[in-house]
Design a protein around this ligand. Structure first.
Ligand SMILES: Cc1cc2nc3c(=O)[nH]c(=O)nc-3n(C[C@H](O)[C@H](O)[C@H](O)COP(=O)(O)O)c2cc1C
Length: 303
């Protein structure tokens, strides 16, 4: 997969399932990341072809719990993002998925306590040897692009050193969320921190943070020098941000998301979470619609 000059849907837990990824791609996203999946969970999954819906499922053994659902249409643009703290386990998980996705990414930015306490996500940022171990193990054993997503460290020098170390592992690209681990989402992303990394490495850097309008794609590219751009909340609130023809009204995007969720039999809880975040950005969830979504238990209720 080529990482230059791409518009990319960011990995988002509960949001980045198959219907949302297809939604973003329909509006113009070139590459779509799945929600982070923890390797511990994934190694206990089995691959099943789902002929009824026309997709491929990875289901927790002994259950009907679909951990990851994909379909041939997105094969060449979907990135499987994984949480891991162990090279061998990461490889075992990646080997299960490698034929069904375009690339595998390791999450090195998640600040949540379950990630940090498990040695995953942002915990990796202070363990360059483990980063090296995980990325080189994946790189050597899989014939597909391997990438990772990091946050900024406290000093630009440390971040640049980290990025150079990551580049040496042979990854195909490096996604940089322009915030530090302790920053909150409302704190402005530091595009200058991303620019420092772009100047120091020669692999494609994917710039991420505070892209909310189509025009921001060019703004962040010229501010950072990055070749590609990744969007999180801007896409969650209106996935048509990727369209060069201008954003659609968010209500139309919401309807299309519900339609796709039904079509692909998405996890109802994840659809509800995504819808509430989407709607909550524009209006109160105390509305008739907001309360009805909260109460709904099935797609029939939601529809
Ligand atoms: C609901 C939600 C879930 C997220 N889940 C993940 C995740 O699974 N993996 C990850 O690397 N980042 C995750 N993030 C962070 C985003 O990928 C992105 O780095 C962050 O939102 C900054 O980009 P933005 O300013 O465009 O929103 C999540 C963000 C949101 C809002």
């Amino acid at each position: 997969m080529e990482y230059k000059n791409k518009l990319i849907l960011a990995p988002m837990v509960r949001v980045g399932t198959l219907p949302f990824r297809l939604l973003a791609a329909q509006y113009g996203a070139d590459i779509t990341y799945g929600e982070e999946i923890i390797d511990h969970k994934f190694v206990n999954c089995e691959r099943r072809i789902n002929d009824i819906i026309g997709c491929t499922d990875f289901v927790e053994k002994g259950t009907e719990n679909v951990v990851f659902r994909t379909c041939p249409e997105e094969r060449n643009r979907v990135v499987f993002q994984m949480g891991s703290s162990d090279a061998v386990r990461a490889l075992t998980a990646a080997q299960l998925i490698c034929k069904d996705v375009a690339a595998v990414d390791i999450n090195m930015g998640c600040p949540k306590s379950f990630s940090i306490s498990g040695g995953m996500g942002a915990a990796l940022l202070s363990k360059p040897e483990l980063i090296h171990d995980i990325l080189t193990t994946l790189k050597r054993n899989l014939n597909m692009p391997i990438t990772c997503k990091i946050r900024l460290l406290k000093s630009s020098q440390d971040t640049v050193e980290l990025a150079r170390g990551i580049e040496k592992t042979g990854v195909s690209a490096l996604a940089v969320h322009g915030r530090e681990v302790t920053d909150r989402p409302k704190d402005p992303a530091r595009w200058s921190g991303i620019a420092d990394i772009v100047a120091a490495v020669s692999i494609p850097v994917i710039a991420n943070g505070d892209v909310f309008e189509f025009e921001d794609f060019e703004r962040i590219k010229s501010a950072t020098g990055a070749s590609s751009v990744m969007v999180g909340r801007g896409a969650l609130w209106n996935a048509s941000i990727f369209s060069p023809h201008g954003k659609l009204h968010w209500v139309d995007v919401k309807k299309e998301y519900v339609r796709k969720s039904i079509l692909w039999d998405n996890d109802i809880k994840k659809t509800k979470y995504t819808l509430k975040d989407m709607i909550g950005h524009y209006e109160t969830l105390e509305s008739v619609e907001g309360r009805a979504i909260t109460k709904s238990e099935t797609f029939a209720d939601l529809a």
